[in-house]
Design a protein around this ligand. Structure first.
Ligand SMILES: [Fe+2]
Ligand SMILES: [Fe+2]
Length: 274
């Protein structure tokens, strides 16, 4: 075995095969807004993660460090698996009348346009920005046991926690590649601003459409409760804003936010060996 073949990535690629039959309609908090919010995010993953994978494949040959090459391969493996499993869930949700497939196609067109007009450096900067957002939300999901305990369906709970663990495990890979190749702060920071504006607009639009399609548009109780849980005092998103904004610090690195203990806790709970 060559020395290169002996090098291993710092995290594994886990093959998953979830079955979603029987997932209740409002499996999160028994609430339309909050359940649709997670379906909303899920609709973005297959195409979004394909974009991440492509942006890393674009630059992989420019990286001459064999350890970083292994990390990139493992990153691609994890994201490909997330993409696949969320697509299976999205197809299930669409069959249940929650039409996330429409969003999937629309986001796909937007990201294809991004591939066409953005340079490899800019595409990688988009991936770094969205990976930081994903890793921050993933750590928060693991931290906020009060939220994970409201995931009443065991399969959905396992899928979201598996995804959260892996987002934490690979949170530095794109950033390290970007820093090694470009170290261009204005592009990194500017891209985060644009990415967050577009992401917020897409998620808000999709949330309104999901609630309307489900006949819940005027369910003010669900809207109020959901928005408070996300953006209110001690809200899920409110609490992560400092960590999210830390991305703009010139010396920022994803590992400055330690999520190791959370990863270990949930790996043990889900029975993951590595
Ligand atoms: Fe992912
Ligand atoms: Fe990721």
């Amino acid at each position: 075995m060559t020395a290169q073949a002996q090098i291993k990535a710092s995290f594994p690629v886990r093959r998953m095969d979830f079955g979603f039959e029987g997932v209740p309609k409002y499996w999160f908090h028994n609430d339309p807004f909050l359940t649709h919010f997670l379906s909303n995010l899920s609709s973005l993953f297959p195409e979004g993660e394909f974009f991440f994978v492509t942006s890393m494949r674009n630059i992989r040959d420019k990286i001459d460090d064999p350890v970083m090459q292994k990390e990139i391969s493992a990153f691609i493996g994890q994201e490909a698996m997330h993409s696949k499993e969320h697509k299976v869930f999205n197809d299930y949700a669409t069959a249940q009348g929650i039409d996330v497939d429409y969003f999937h196609r629309r986001v796909g067109k937007l990201l294809k346009f991004g591939h066409k007009i953005l340079s490899h450096r800019q595409q990688l900067a988009v991936t770094c920005a969205l990976e930081h957002f994903t890793a921050t939300v993933a750590a928060q999901l693991m931290r906020r046991e009060d939220q994970t305990n409201e995931m009443h369906d065991p399969v959905m709970r396992k899928m979201w926690l598996w995804h959260a663990i892996e987002e934490s495990e690979h949170k530095s890979v794109c950033y390290d590649a970007y820093q090694r190749l470009y170290t261009d702060y204005p592009t990194r920071a500017g891209t985060m601003v644009v990415a967050m504006i577009i992401l917020s607009a897409v998620v808000a639009d999709q949330q309104v459409r999901l609630m309307a399609k489900d006949g819940q548009l005027f369910n003010f109780k669900s809207w109020g409760n959901g928005l408070w849980k996300l953006f209110g005092y001690k809200g899920f998103i409110t609490q992560v804003l400092p960590e999210l904004f830390d991305y703009f610090r010139p010396g920022f690195h994803p590992e400055d936010h330690d999520s190791e203990a959370l990863e270990q806790k949930y790996k043990a709970e889900l029975g993951f060996q590595g």
